[in-house]
Every structure is written in structure tokens, then in C-alpha cells.
Design a protein around this ligand. Structure first.
Ligand code: ATP
Length: 306
């Protein structure tokens, strides 16, 4: 495969085992070049393990992993320079001045783009003479994003970049990402538990569960798979195990609320056959759709998931 593969990430039968724990389970994942791709999954789904294997920090137990067309196990420093990485820790030496960090990065990355850096950092009140340790968490996140984008990466991996930031700092982070011209030119992989962020930025939603790919589409298409039905059913209603595609069941104000996956108008017939006097369906937000899907599978024993 050449460097100019249509996929920035391609795994085939990728497994990673830590002793008895299978963190990636024969994962086949192809992420096309361009746009913003969100990877979501419950805690322990294997997201960090996937990045560690993709970036060559861990060897796979089976299968193959490629990033920007290169085998992850044999990445050179030049390959790594094509990849930007920002995680929630925003680790930079606290005693360094911002100006010294910029100078070091400029020497390190041949494609350093000062305009891209200035564009992103202008969203933050960061002064060159400040020490990294003096910056707020949100400013440090912004500095990391500016450094990563100025490197002009082909692929930018953001792993929970806004964890621990307040609402204002989260918004500043997202806006500086969305309005950056440098971000337009690269493929962004955004790993987060924050569905409202994903709703705002992502073009593609990838759901991982227990080390396997469970879903990949535009976020709206995933939302369309989940519907919320409200039924007025006297007495108990159907047994949960009889309800097709059930993700979540609630009883509120005497009405039965069902969140279900992949059900069409037939579901109304099912509810009526169960004695429903009135039935209404409504769309759900991405947050509810994804979280009910993840919660259902998280609670279910392996092998019985949706
Ligand atoms: N070094 C390790 N040794 C043993 N088990 C590990 C190790 N690292 C991860 N695991 C296990 O592998 C599974 C996947 O972990 P991973 O950190 O990749 O998940 P994650 O999706 O990134 O989770 P989170 O959202 O909580 O960060 C988990 O069950 C975890 O307990």
C-alpha cells in the first residue's frame, strides 16, 4: 500500500491481549482520509489501546494496523512527524516558557506553520513569556492544539482533549479547532465521551464496544436508528425480553417510554398488540442515542449485545 492510501487508519483482524484481557478483538476498521471522525465507546472499550497500537507504542497480538499507509510497528520519525497528537494530560514541561516551546517545536518540525499557530492561539490569552506551568488548563489545551496544528500534520489525533475543562474553555477549544484552516487540511480523529462536542464537530461517528467495531456512519444516521416511543398501556406492559431492539425502558407519569434500535412502524403494531391505547414516536438526541446504546451493551453479558 502506498503512503497515499485512501485510509488514514486501516486495521485488519487487529487483536490486542493483555494477559487474559482481550482489549481489541479482531478489529476491522477503515477510516477514510479527510474530515473529523469521532471514536466513542464506554470506558474500557479499547480506544486508548487502539491508539497505542496504531502509533507503534504497543505491538498487536494478532492482525495488522496501518496509519497513513504505514505499518504501525515500523513507523519512522518522519512518519511520526506527519501525525499530531493531543490528549487530556496536556503534558509539557511546566518550567518552560511558551516562547521556548514554540522555538523547540519549530526546530523539530520541518513543516512548522507559524500562521496556523498564531491563528489557533489567538483564541486564548497566552503570552510568550508565560511559563507553561502558569497557564490555566484551558490555555494549556489551546497551546497543545496550536502546537499540534502548526506541525501541519496529515492526521491529528485528539484523545479526550477537553476532559476537565469548564464550559467556556471547552467552547474555546472546539471553536479554535473548527475555525482553523490547518485543521481543514488534515484528517482529525476525535476521541471523546462528550456527545454534545461530537454532535458539533464530527462528520463520522465510530462506535467501539469491547474492542470491536459496532457502528460507523454520519452521526445523524446513527440517531435515525434509535427511536423513542411513548405508549399508554394499562397495567405492566410487555416483558422487557419480548420488546424488539430495546435499549432503555422507563415508566414516567403512568406512560411507558421505550428507546429502541432499528425499529420501524411495525413497532407501533407491536405496542398496540400489547394493549397500548395510544402510541407516539419521537426522535432522540445523539447523546441519548449513543449513551443508551453503550449502556445496554455495557450491562449485557458478552455475546448478547445489540
Ligand atoms: N496495561 C494493561 N494491562 C492489562 N489490561 C489493560 C492494560 N491497559 C488496558 N487494559 C484493559 O484493556 C481494556 C481496554 O482498555 P483501554 O484503556 O484501551 O480502554 P478505553 O476505551 O481507552 O477506556 P477509557 O474510555 O476508560 O479510557 C480494559 O478492559 C482495560 O482494563
Amino acid at each position: 500500500m502506498s503512503d497515499h492510501s485512501d485510509y488514514v487508519i486501516e486495521t485488519v483482524g487487529l487483536s490486542k491481549r493483555y494477559g487474559r484481557k482481550l482489549a481489541l478483538d479482531q478489529l476491522d476498521l477503515r477510516i477514510p482520509r479527510g474530515r473529523i471522525h469521532a471514536i466513542v465507546g464506554a470506558n474500557g472499550a479499547g480506544k486508548s489501546t487502539l491508539f497505542r497500537v496504531l502509533l507503534g507504542f504497543l505491538p498487536p497480538s494478532a492482525g495488522t494496523a496501518r496509519i497513513l499507509g504505514r505499518d504501525s510497528a515500523a513507523l519512522t520519525p518522519a512518519d511520526r512527524a506527519r501525525i499530531g497528537f493531543v490528549n487530556e494530560e496536556h503534558t509539557l514541561p511546566g518550567w518552560l516558557r511558551v516562547s521556548a516551546v514554540i522555538a523547540a517545536q519549530r526546530r523539530l518540525y520541518p513543516r512548522w506553520d507559524q500562521r496556523a499557530f498564531d491563528e489557533v492561539i489567538s483564541h486564548y490569552h497566552v503570552l510568550p513569556e508565560q511559563k507553561v506551568g502558569q497557564l490555566s488548563r484551558g490555555e494549556r489545551a489551546g497551546l497543545n492544539l496550536a502546537l499540534a496544528l502548526a506541525q501541519r500534520p496529515e492526521l491529528l489525533v485528539l484523545d479526550e482533549p477537553t476532559l476537565g475543562l469548564d464550559v467556556v474553555a471547552k467552547r474555546a477549544f472546539l471553536e479554535s479547532l473548527m475555525y482553523s484552516n490547518a485543521a481543514d487540511d488534515c484528517t482529525v480523529i476525535y476521541c471523546s465521551h462528550q456527545m454534545e462536542e461530537i454532535e458539533r464537530v464530527a462528520d463520522n461517528l465510530i462506535i467501539l464496544e469491547r474492542g470491536r467495531l459496532k457502528h460507523m456512519s454520519a452521526p445523524d444516521d446513527f440517531c435515525a436508528r434509535v427511536t423513542h416511543w411513548v405508549a399508554d398501556i394499562p397495567f405492566k406492559g410487555p416483558e422487557p425480553q419480548r420488546i424488539p431492539g430495546l435499549l432503555q425502558l422507563q415508566r414516567l407519569d403512568g406512560l411507558h417510554h421505550y428507546l429502541v434500535l432499528d425499529q420501524d412502524a411495525q413497532f407501533e403494531q407491536f405496542l398496540r398488540a400489547c394493549g397500548a391505547r395510544s402510541v407516539q414516536s419521537m426522535p432522540v438526541s445523539l447523546d441519548r442515542a449513543v449513551n443508551s446504546f453503550l449502556a445496554k451493551n455495557h450491562a449485557a453479558p458478552a455475546g448478547t449485545q445489540a
